[in-house]
Design a protein around this ligand. Structure first.
Ligand SMILES: NC(=O)c1ccc[n+]([C@@H]2O[C@H](COP(=O)([O-])OP(=O)(O)OC[C@H]3O[C@@H](n4cnc5c(N)ncnc54)[C@H](OP(=O)(O)O)[C@@H]3O)[C@@H](O)[C@H]2O)c1
Length: 308
């Protein structure tokens, strides 16, 4: 059984994946196909079947012809600062898009797996947030994703809401790859005396997209609906995260300097502390997700192999 899996049976299903060209969606499609499911991967990006989730009639059209037996909804506007600058777009994609899928799922009693975020919490706690803590988003991205959660809960009895955080993969736009790219540039430009300055007062849990994709795929065969928190285990600051990525990549020439959030101004307030406790999995006796360090070691090794 997969890490943290809650799968009960093994049946081949027709599964619709949204955001299938994104960092997570790609791996979800691979994990589902490897399990023998028939997958329709959709996105707004070329390379996938076109489905803009904010287009209501198109969502129903795709449902009519594919007749999914489960949906894994990974599509989102994930640019947190972009959401803050353009709330209408954030609510259109993250809330209305999710609403459309929830309506379509409800019309045929199709289960939906919705990927949500640690940013639904305000970050005022100093101990991990469980599924029973009250959300209180402090930015537009978090608020629009929480409104998406509400749509899924209100409309679909058969729903899974999976909150996760700090997703990384050997592809796509993510923190680990950004750090590796920046460090390589410093080396190439001969500017290793210029350290990378990284925020040290925001704490969370990195999540390897591959581990999350396996978990999400396991849910489509489960009747244990509801809210789950899923990340790799353990927690760190962005500074510790960056330092670990460079250590595992063997890049020790480039130094990392811890800074405060105020020294890295952005248009968006971010939670200071957003570690997610996997309380639901703990209570099910299935919280065996590997540590973030182990996952980052694998990611860096895949990145190194891909470079050669
Ligand atoms: N990344 C994280 O650290 C993180 C943390 C917590 C939760 N999550 C959640 O995890 C999920 C997957 O995130 P990710 O990191 O894989 O993000 P991603 O790489 O940005 O993937 C999202 C995909 O959705 C597509 N998309 C955007 N608007 C769409 C629309 N209207 N209709 C259909 N597709 C649309 C994007 O296309 P474009 O690239 O062309 O916009 C992209 O291919 C999201 O629900 C996100 O909210 C992410």
């Amino acid at each position: 059984m997969n890490r943290g899996s809650v799968a009960c049976t093994e049946v081949a299903l027709r599964i619709l994946v949204t955001g299938a060209c994104g960092m997570l969606g790609r791996l979800v499609c691979s994990a589902l196909s490897a399990q023998g499911h028939t997958v329709l991967g959709t996105d707004v990006t070329e390379g996938c079947e076109r489905l803009d989730v904010s287009n209501t009639s198109r969502v129903f059209e795709v449902f009519n012809y594919f007749q999914p037996q489960a949906v894994i909804h990974c599509a989102a506007m994930t640019d947190v600062d972009g959401c803050e600058r353009n709330p209408d777009s954030a609510y259109l994609v993250n809330t209305i898009g999710t609403w459309n899928l929830a309506c379509a799922c409800a019309s045929v009693q199709c289960p939906i797996v919705y990927v949500s975020t640690d940013y639904v919490f305000d970050g005022e706690k100093t101990t991990p947030y469980s599924e029973f803590d009250n959300p209180n988003p402090i930015n537009v991205y978090g608020a629009s994703k929480l409104a998406g959660e509400q749509a899924v809960r209100d409309l679909c009895a058969k729903h899974f809401i999976v909150r996760t955080s700090w997703i990384v993969a050997p592809h796509g736009k993510n923190f680990a790859l950004t750090i590796l790219d920046l460090a390589q540039k410093r080396i190439a430009e001969g500017s290793i005396d210029k350290p990378l300055t990284i925020v040290a007062d925001q704490v969370g849990s990195p999540t390897y997209a591959k581990d999350l994709a396996e978990f999400l795929s396991s849910l489509v065969e489960s009747p244990l609906y509801g809210i789950y928190h899923f990340t790799n285990s353990g927690s760190c600051s962005w500074f510790e995260f960056a330092s670990t990525v460079l250590e595992y990549a063997g890049i020790n020439q480039v130094k990392v300097l811890p800074i405060k959030s105020e020294e890295w101004p952005t248009p968006t307030r971010r939670p200071k502390y957003s570690v997610l406790r996997h309380y639901r999995l703990e209570l099910l006796g299935r919280d065996n997700v590997r540590s973030w360090k182990e996952a980052v070691r694998e990611l860096v090794s895949e990145w190194t192999t891909a470079k050669q």
